[in-house]
Write a protein that binds this ligand. Structure first.
Ligand SMILES: [Fe+2]
Length: 205
C-alpha cells in the first residue's frame, strides 16, 4: 500500500508513530486515532538538548542539531517545545508491538537562538515496507499550538523517491531530506530547520 503526496504524508504522520500495528500491515484504527492525539505535556526540566536513547541502545549514534523558525521562515523562536521520536534500529516504535507512545522519544525547548539538539540513534526502516527511515517532530509553545512537522529523512536512503527529493528540495532551507556526516568518533550528525505554522494540524487542536 503506497499513498502519494500530501495524502500519504498526512496518513503516515498520523499513524506511523504508533507502533508495530503499522509495520504488521494492519493500518486502521486504533492506530490512526491514537496517532492523531498530541503527546503529553513536556516535563518541567525540559531544556534545549536531550538524549532519547538509553545507554547501550543498539544502533549508530546520531545527533540532530535543529533550529525552529517562525512561520515567516526568517526569525528563530525561543521557548518552543520540540517533541521528537523515532524507531529503534530495526524500525520498530514499540518492542511489544502494542499501539501507544513510542519508546524512543523526548522533549526539548528551544534556546534563545531557537536551537535544539537531539541525541538519538539512526532509526531503522519499517520492516517489510518501502518507507524511508525518519524522525518525527511535534512542536508547541511560545504562542504556537501543538503541531506536527514534516519528518526528517536522510540523504542516501534507497527508499527515497524522486517525488520526495523534489518536494524536499523545493523547501530550500527547510528541506527535510538531510545530509548526514560521521565524525571521527563514529557519531553521525545532521541539521534541520523546522518551520512553525500558526494553526495546529492535529484534528481538534
Ligand atoms: Fe514514523
Amino acid at each position: 500500500m503506497m499513498l502519494q503526496g500530501n495524502g500519504r504524508r498526512e496518513f503516515l504522520q498520523g499513524v506511523a508513530g504508533w507502533g508495530l500495528v503499522y509495520a504488521a500491515g494492519s493500518f486502521l484504527s486504533p492506530a490512526l486515532a491514537e496517532g492523531q492525539n498530541p503527546p503529553p505535556p513536556e516535563p518541567p526540566d525540559t531544556t534545549w538538548k536531550t538524549t532519547i536513547v538509553p545507554a547501550g541502545e543498539p544502533g549508530e549514534p546520531l545527533v540532530v542539531e535543529g533550529r525552529v523558525f517562525a512561520p515567516d521562515g526568517q526569525h528563530t523562536v525561543a521557548g518552543v517545545v520540540v517533541y521528537a521520536y523515532n524507531t529503534d534500529k530495526e524500525g520498530y516504535y514499540s518492542p511489544d508491538g502494542k499501539v501507544g507512545h513510542p519508546r524512543l522519544k523526548g522533549y526539548m525547548k528551544t534556546d534563545a537562538e531557537g536551537r535544539f539538539e537531539l541525541h538519538t540513534i539512526r532509526p531503522g526502516r519499517y520492516p517489510g515496507m518501502h518507507i524511508p527511515a525518519h524522525i518525527h517532530f511535534n512542536l508547541w509553545g511560545a504562542g504556537y499550538p501543538v503541531q506536527w512537522t514534516e519528518e526528517l529523512r536522510f540523504e542516501g536512503d534507497s527508499y527515497l523517491t524522486d517525488a520526495m527529493e523534489s518536494e524536499s528540495g523545493a523547501l530550500g532551507k527547510f528541506a527535510t531530506i538531510r545530509p548526514v556526516t560521521r565524525d571521527k568518533g563514529g557519531v553521525f550528525h545532521c541539521e534541520i530547520n523546522l518551520r512553525l505554522q500558526e494553526k495546529s494540524n492535529f484534528p481538534g487542536h
